[in-house]
Design a binder for this molecule. Sequence first.
Ligand code: XMP
Length: 523
Amino acid sequence: MEKVIVIDFGGQYNQLVARRVRECGVYCEIYSYRTPLDKIREMDPKGIILTGGPNSVYEEGAATCGRELFEMGIPVLGLCYGAQLMMHIMGGKVERAANREYGKTSTEVDIKSLLFKGIPEKSIVWMSHFDYISKLAPGFKSVAHTTSAPVAAAENADAGLYAIQFHPEVLHTQYGKEVLFNYVRNICGCIGDWEMGSFVDRTVAELKEKIGDGRVLLALSGGVDSSVAAGLLSRAVGKQLTCVFVDHGLLRKDEGDQVEAVFGEKGNFDLNFIRVNAAERYYGKLAGVTEPEKKRKIIGEEFIRVFEEEAKKIGAVDYLAQGTIYPDVVESGLGGESAVIKSHHNVGGLPDFVDFKEIVEPLRDLFKDEVREAGRRLGIPEELVSRQPFPGPGLGIRIIGEVTADKVRIVQDADAIYREEVDRAFNEYAASHGGESAPWKPDQYFAALTNMRSVGVMGDERTYDYAIALRAVRTVDFMTAESAQIPWNVLQRVTTRIVNEVRGVNRVLYDLTGKPPGTIEME
Ligand code: XMP
């Protein structure tokens, strides 16, 4: 399979670059700039992309690479810091500009350059840099400029070297996708053999080969990742796979039954499915507990207990499967450069209570959108594949104060109404706008139960009931978020339905707080 590699210099968009390359049908992986040249050569990449980064190339100790990287005969594309580094190393000059060039910037490109084939001469690009290329390296010519930067892109086509000062990977750059496509397909000459249908076939074959007649155990949460992992493994080894689904009674409305409908005996997969209904057990443990961290801890520990009990019944297995995905790998510092500090629960921290020989991670190379697409190819229903993020501790962290069965019922019912109405409004918008996505479409939206009760009237009667809080956020990476502007009429319809249909609620509030200072969840 063809491969393009991204060399990470600590830029914030490194994963985005790799995702965009994959969207061009070319498999792409991220490596730290510290990766030895021999290892890069061994990978036999069709192209190498250098990312942006926080340093200045002329600084002492700045992230760098050897000149040999540019002399291997493999086309190299430098982006932002990567572009400056290429110039610096190849004999050009990079200096600090008087003003930072930041944001959407009008740019003029040389349409004779292969990089800009098929795109208009003038367009908007996304800039974010202090330093600029003040002198081109020998053999290079400028192929794009802005009013403040004479070199917004440069190339030495004979040497296969391309440098772009702006960020083609972000959506603000109008023809960014076309530029990356030109690089990987027209300059590197990739044919585009990365596609989810063939990924599924290849992975199923590899899993079959690796697992042989061994037994596999997987904790199925009902989330996208573990569901797709279950689908792949079931295709590969059928009944040798056992999935344990712990229903902790803190799932969304009817979610447990939906998971069982897909993966259970009457579902569409061949595997051993064990559903543990542990709601009572969890509610018992959570009784009287109000502190959010304590709740999380109890829910996490109880999960391990339940899973351990089931694992004991099953006995020794050969493989323990996990739904680790590529961003988990990169963020754990095993791939790129950016966040070596973060550790991820799926990577490295193996449960020691299960008797297994080896770990198997069939989604380790995939981005989230690719996991969803693989799920579709496997025949997992859309409602499960396109599910929004849902925290492991579930509704336990969407109920302020003590968790009780009745409060779970309230938040489940209110949340189901909210999601139904938002989805309806979203579909109506698309239907009346030629399939276009509503600009307010949130990336995550849910109801939470505040611990506040207040006076209301219903009919002639005074009520003293709970307030539901509605949350909807727009976010790119879930590290920061802003509240989504759900149309007023949709919020009104949701409010009316919740107070009418959900017993125990007489007030609905909309949370406008961003992250920071809030968090996305409400706990
Ligand atoms: P916060 O509330 O920290 O959430 O702003 C950021 C994103 O992470 C999700 N989240 C979790 N996901 N286990 C998970 O798998 C957890 O314990 C957890 N806590 C929060 C949250 O839904 C949001 O998407």
